[in-house]
Design a protein around this ligand. Structure first.
Ligand code: 5GP
Length: 180
């Protein structure tokens, strides 16, 4: 992968991610000390982030996963999301933290958030590794943000293009731009 001509500059290095994940884990551990959270990872992009973040949280957290597909093109979400893999755990009365890889327009998370809130959790917050500056079209709070980045198409640390690059340790710009 090192000599892949489509791999652009590093946006966030593996070391910077590791340091920020420790901070986020400490913050969440403090905020949820009295109410152990259920971490809900949104597959597949958040799998690396969730694996690291979960180990930075010093609470008896539980984990579950869901997978969503957007009715749009590969990257331009329409805002209508289909749940491809649903959760195994009932959310009633739980303190849920949704773990996402990236918030771009925010439409995916907005839809997901509403659908999870309808299941009666005691609380629901969102933790995203990345948030693109100035791109959000949906109006909701994101409680925990790893990094705000410029609106470029990025890959690595779980984020893909057609299932590739997820295993890159750094976040990088994808030089071919956003795939259609
Ligand atoms: P939103 O609904 O916020 O516009 O889009 C969110 C989803 O689009 C993310 O969960 C991710 O799957 C995809 N996405 C948005 N921006 C990027 C990016 O820069 N790189 C990659 N690999 N996926 C992205």
């Amino acid at each position: 992968m090192a000599n892949d001509p489509l791999l652009g500059p590093v946006v966030v290095s593996a070391d910077e991610i590791a340091a920020r994940v420790v901070e986020l884990g400490a913050e969440i551990s403090k905020d949820y000390a009295e109410r152990p959270p259920l971490l809900v990872g949104v597959l597949k992009g958040a799998f690396v982030f969730l694996a690291d973040l979960a180990r930075a949280i010093s609470l008896p957290a539980e984990l579950d996963f869901m997978a969503v597909a957007s009715y749009g093109t590969a990257t331009k979400t329409s805002g209508v999301v289909r749940i491809v893999k649903d959760l195994d755990i009932d959310l009633t009365g739980r303190h849920v933290i949704v773990i996402e890889d990236i918030v771009d327009s925010g439409l995916t998370l907005s839809y997901l958030r509403k659908s999870l809130l309808a299941r009666g959790p005691e609380s629901l917050s969102i933790c995203t590794l990345l948030k693109k500056t100035g791109q959000q079209r949906a109006d909701f709070d994101v409680e925990y943000v790893g990094f705000e980045i410029d609106p470029e198409f990025v890959i690595g640390y779980g984020l893909d293009v057609a299932e590739r690059y997820r295993n890159l340790p750094d976040l990088r710009v994808y030089l071919a731009g956003e795939p259609e």
